[in-house]
Design a protein around this ligand. Structure first.
Ligand SMILES: Cc1cc2nc3c(=O)[nH]c(=O)nc-3n(C[C@H](O)[C@H](O)[C@H](O)COP(=O)(O)OP(=O)(O)OC[C@H]3O[C@@H](n4cnc5c(N)ncnc54)[C@H](O)[C@@H]3O)c2cc1C
Length: 399
């Protein structure tokens, strides 16, 4: 385990470290810095701020890795029932750029049961090599076996960066793998790049409630792991006939041991249209006023063949389930048309929808921030405008 130490004989009580600590973990006692380990995250900001080398971050023995032994960019390719998920292609597209800049291979990792054919297709999406573990025990995702296998692969082949989708599966898996391999992990990145000289993955994500974009590096840990949300990056194009080297690994049955038993896999019940995949989204916020009014969004969505989205306020008010929430703590969506009804446009909501091709905002406040990102703005009462729009679309589309 890493630890942090204040060398009292060097500390001058200047308070620079106190000001630098983002977590309020440092206070002064007798003009000496004291670190509250309950709050300290070992981020090292105080070490960098101290002009007297009075604070030292000590690496644990387990973390003293030879970082130069790590190479290649890996993408964990998520599959469901044998079908590679589109998030994997988005990560392969981004991974290709990173690998090219670093001058290393782009490797895909595919775990599943009966997925050998899918593995061969990953070359066409830019992978140079595919690590394939094809075993019936891996047919459906389970935390323990997937973690055990990915940890084994990471320890044997040592990637310098490992990308994974910020999906339910990806988030559950990669945090476990990061802990077990002593890796650095940045969740929910919206931008990735590399510092070629230092061989660092530059991981950009919203921080402090979405008010700033932070670029995070993990200089002392390998692999550098990042999760990226669906639809943030562009899919790797298909290059027909491009082949990847397939490295097939076979592990003994005990590797797949699980503390949980999978009983069944059921389709999601509440979503008729997958929000992340929808071309048209009609979304509502607190301005809809009530659950009954909010339900009217469904009618317009139905007429347009789209899905219903929501701001967090609408979800918190229990007008619609969380699976419909768009934004920083919800889904990222990039539809062709996003109709925002009674949504103010706080940054945490915008993060999830501002890349939509066309944004129509309906709000009675002409100064609402949503109008800054809107392609078309309608100022007025949503409860008058929405029924009128629905009526008109029904008429025009003959539905
Ligand atoms: C860490 C963190 C994460 C967050 N994550 C998310 C997230 O993922 N997604 C998200 O959406 N939010 C998120 N939030 C919350 C976010 O900050 C806002 O509070 C939220 O988006 C506001 O929702 P809203 O626009 O529906 O409500 P409000 O901000 O209350 O806006 C309501 C709008 O409706 C308009 N209005 C009212 N009545 C009418 C009417 N009759 N006709 C037309 N317009 C009307 C008002 O003018 C106003 O602009 C997060 C916040 C934090 C701190």
């Amino acid at each position: 385990m890493a630890s942090i130490k204040v060398h009292l004989e060097k500390c001058t009580g200047c308070t620079l470290c106190l000001k630098a600590c983002p977590f309020g973990a440092i206070h002064m006692a007798d003009r000496k810095a004291v670190i509250d380990m309950a709050k300290c995250t070992l981020c090292g900001s105080c070490v960098a701020a101290c002009r007297f080398s009075a604070i030292e971050l000590e690496k644990g023995a387990a973390e003293a890795k030879d970082l130069s032994a790590y190479k290649d960019v890996w993408v964990f390719c998520e599959q469901k029932r044998g079908a590679v998920q589109s998030i994997s292609y988005e990560l392969l597209g981004e991974g290709r750029k990173l690998a090219d800049k670093l001058g290393v291979k782009l490797c895909a990792v595919l775990l599943g049961g009966g997925v050998a054919d899918a593995a061969h297709k990953l070359g066409e999406r830019g992978a140079d090599r595919v690590y394939l573990v094809d075993d019936p025990a891996l047919k459906d995702y389970q935390d323990d076996p997937y973690t055990a296998v990915l940890v084994k692969l990471v320890e044997e082949y040592k990637p310098e960066a490992l990308l994974c989708g910020a999906t339910t599966i990806g988030r559950s898996l990669i945090s476990r793998v990061a802990i077990k391999t002593g890796a650095g992990l940045t969740a929910d990145c919206t931008g990735l790049d590399v510092d070629v000289k230092e061989r660092l993955l530059l991981q950009t994500r919203p921080a402090f409630g979405g008010n700033i974009m932070a670029t995070i590096v993990a200089p002392n840990h390998r692999p550098q792991m990042a999760t990226v949300r669906h639809k943030v990056m562009k899919e790797a194009p298909v290059q027909p006939g491009r082949a990847a080297e397939i490295v097939t690994k076979v592990y003994p049955p005990e590797t797949f041991a699980s503390r949980t038993r999978l009983l069944d896999v059921v389709a999601e019940l509440t979503e008729t249209v997958n929000l992340s995949e929808a071309d048209i989204i009609v979304a509502g916020g607190r301005g809809m006023g009530s659950k009954e009014n909010f339900a009217q969004l469904g009618e317009l969505a139905k007429v347009l063949g789209g899905a219903v989205g929501a701001s967090r306020s609408a979800v918190d008010a229990d007008w619609i389930p969380y699976s419909h929430q768009v934004g920083q703590t919800g889904k990222t969506v990039v539809p062709k048309l996003y109709i925002a009804c009674g949504i103010s446009g706080q940054i945490q909501h915008l993060i999830g929808m501002q890349s939509s091709k066309t944004i129509v905002a309906i709000n009675r406040d002409p100064d609402a921030p949503i109008f800054k990102v809107a392609t078309y703005g309608i100022v007025g009462d949503v409860n008058e405008i929405l029924p009128a729009l629905t009526r008109e679309f029904k008429r025009v589309l003959n539905r």
